[in-house]
Design a protein. Structure first.
Ligand code: NOJ
Length: 591
């Protein structure tokens, strides 16, 4: 034993001193799959294209734009919910999982869409909303009827004779409560979102199997996967222990991560879902990862666990919100923190699993208004710069409709302009508290009001930007004469054509998909610089996130081979110093 220890020690020291260069191990290519190589384009169907003049986008509208969608070069389309729904939360309140929302069309329309997409080599991913249903779903209608109804245990009920249940927040309720009293059976039911969205009880195996049957039904129809709405929330501590407001306030997101979601059986359910459904198809699965932490992410997506493929975290999009205010944005958010978030998340998936990258979606303000600069001077440069970021990072990019033409926040002046249940509830909260309503409206213009990202697609300069012949359900952004597909299509160096170019660059260069990522000069306040390396292929990516000239010294530039993309005409390099113009984005191939 005495001899063995020094031997082991020597071996340990030797193996550490002679460690291979850090990135050697990172260069190993993760197992290749289509969904890692895909660029996903998200369509909010309500706002994409209306063909019947009711002011609401529809499936026929998406079909009419398939050539456009294909022209982007993307591979997968994720549709926000299109199922039967009374639309309390624009389809995130489903009353019939196997029907199409009337305003959107019919199942025949859907079949035609799927066929049309597949003929063009595009894949279709649906939204799966199974933490809750609508209160108008037949299961809930039954569940309400009596305490001994066979559907009672499909939801979470709390008998009133036990007293009031412990506080749970209800995200879209002005009184903030996640429990609603129902006098019919003298009981409260749980709803993490609005009272129109009662939470399903996943502890009931009947519920789980109903969901799996429904998922199989859609996958057998031929869809290519699911984006799973608030999936960590399906499992919760159903003893409903007391949570104080102070607990929740400790960490705004802790409320989901620690207290309300990710319950003890979460991964049993996901494994079961995988074996009953997902494993039977060549499909992709994406977890909406509210409640997904760096420390827990691999539990969802480590391929050896057989659960899901990818998740999207909230750390990036939560950066810069001012605590104590509803999604109020600090204009001086820090690029250094931004870089750290994306770099730390990249590290999570260094050896296992797979990540995602996004800057906008239907729950977020427009990416150019929030992370770029939507003034006329810089809107195009900064949109292109953000596109360069999204399509040059490791992880599957999720790109939101309208960002490819640089659509901006809505800048609505009045609560009457908003349609979103969340913004309206938050406004009511401010009103009840006697707060400053005008300030709230101002904050929402640049902050997080979800309707900022939901205004109708701007196709051309005709009435309502060519979105509808009727009255749009949500006002079209006033800037549609300047910002629209028709004019961007015609202009060679438009944001739209830059997006197409960037998608092509990613597709043609596996290094941009699978290559190891290395952050350079983490502390630089204006410039985000990184390399991507795959075997002998190396790229250097430089992004100036500021509205002024900025420079960076990088020895990597000395081995520059060529410039692969640039959102300006040229780039100024003196020895190892690169001078970037405001919002300049450049990708170099280097040796
Ligand atoms: C997350 C969705 O993205 C959001 O739009 C929705 O309101 C909630 N989940 C509730 O389903």
């Amino acid at each position: 034993m005495k001899k063995i220890i020094p031997l082991l020690l020597a071996f340990f020291m030797f193996s550490h001193c002679n460690k291979e260069p850090e990135n050697k191990a990172e260069i190993s290519v993760p197992s290749k799959t289509w969904w890692k190589e895909a660029v996903v384009y998200q369509i909010y169907p309500r706002s994409f294209k209306d063909t019947d003049g009711d002011g609401v986008g529809d499936i026929k509208g998406i079909i009419s734009k398939l050539d456009y969608i294909k022209s982007l070069g993307i591979d997968v389309v994720w549709l926000n919910p299109i199922y039967g729904s009374p639309n309390a939360d624009n389809g995130y309140d489903i009353s019939d999982y196997k029907a199409i929302m009337k305003e959107f069309g019919t199942m025949e329309d859907f079949d035609a869409l799927l066929k049309g997409m597949h003929e063009k080599g595009l894949k279709l991913v649906m939204d799966l909303v199974v933490n809750h249903t609508s209160d108008e779903h037949p299961w809930f209608k039954e569940s309400r009827k009596s305490r001994d109804n066979p559907y009672r245990d499909y939801y979470h009920w709390w008998p009133a004779e036990k007293g009031k249940p412990a506080f749970r927040p209800g995200a879209f309720e002005a009184d903030g409560s996640g429990w609603r009293f129902d006098s019919l059976t003298n009981a409260y039911y749980l709803h993490y979102f609005s009272y129109k969205q009662p939470d399903l009880n996943w502890e009931n195996p009947k519920v789980r199997h109903e969901i799996y049957d429904m998922m199989n039904w859609w996958l057998k129809k031929g869809i290519d996967g699911f984006r799973m709405d608030v999936i960590p929330f399906i499992a919760k501590d159903t003893t409903f222990p007391v949570i104080t407001q102070a607990d929740l306030d400790k960490n705004y997101h802790g409320r989901w991560d620690v207290y309300m979601a990710s319950g003890p059986h979460l991964h049993d359910y996901l494994k079961e879902m995988n074996s009953e459904v997902l494993s039977k198809y060549d499909c992709m699965s994406l977890a909406e990862g509210a409640g997904m932490l760096k420390s827990t992410a691999l539990n969802f997506v480590d391929e050896d666990r057989h659960e899901l493929n990818m998740g999207y975290h909230f750390d990036g999009v939560n950066l810069g919100y001012i605590p104590g205010h509803f999604k109020k944005m600090d204009p001086n958010w820090s690029l250094v923190e931004f870089k750290k978030i994306y770099s730390d998340w990249d590290a999570v998936y260094k050896d296992k699993g797979w990540g995602t990258i996004y800057l906008g979606n239907h729950d977020q303000p427009r990416m150019v208004s929030r992370w770029g600069n939507d003034t006329p001077k810089f809107r195009a440069y900064s949109s292109k710069m953000l596109t360069t970021f999204l399509l040059s990072m490791r992880g599957t990019p999720y790109y939101y409709y309208g960002d490819e033409i640089g659509m901006t926040n809505a800048y609505f002046d009045s609560i009457e302009d908003y349609r979103d249940i969340e913004t309206i509830a938050e406004y009511e909260k401010v009103k009840i508290a006697g707060g400053d309503l005008q300030q709230f409206i101002e904050d929402q213009k640049t902050g997080g009001a979800r309707d900022n990202g939901r205004t109708p697609m701007q196709w051309d300069t005709t009435a309502n930007a060519g979105f509808t012949a009727g009255t749009p359900w949500l006002s079209v952004n006033k800037n549609f004469n300047q910002v629209n597909v028709a004019s961007e299509n015609k202009t060679p160096n438009s944001i739209l054509n830059y997006f197409r170019k960037m998608v092509k660059l990613r597709k043609e260069n596996p290094v941009l998909i699978y290559g190891a990522y290395h952050l350079l000069q983490a502390e630089h306040p204006d410039i985000y610089a990184y390399t991507r390396i795959l075997n002998d292929k190396k790229m250097l990516i430089l992004l100036n996130f500021s509205d002024h000239n900025s420079n960076i010294n990088l020895k990597e530039i000395e081995t520059k081979e060529g410039t692969l993309i640039n959102n300006y005409e040229s780039v100024d390099i003196e020895n190892d110093k690169i001078n970037l113009l405001p919002y300049q984005a450049v990708i170099f191939s280097i040796k």
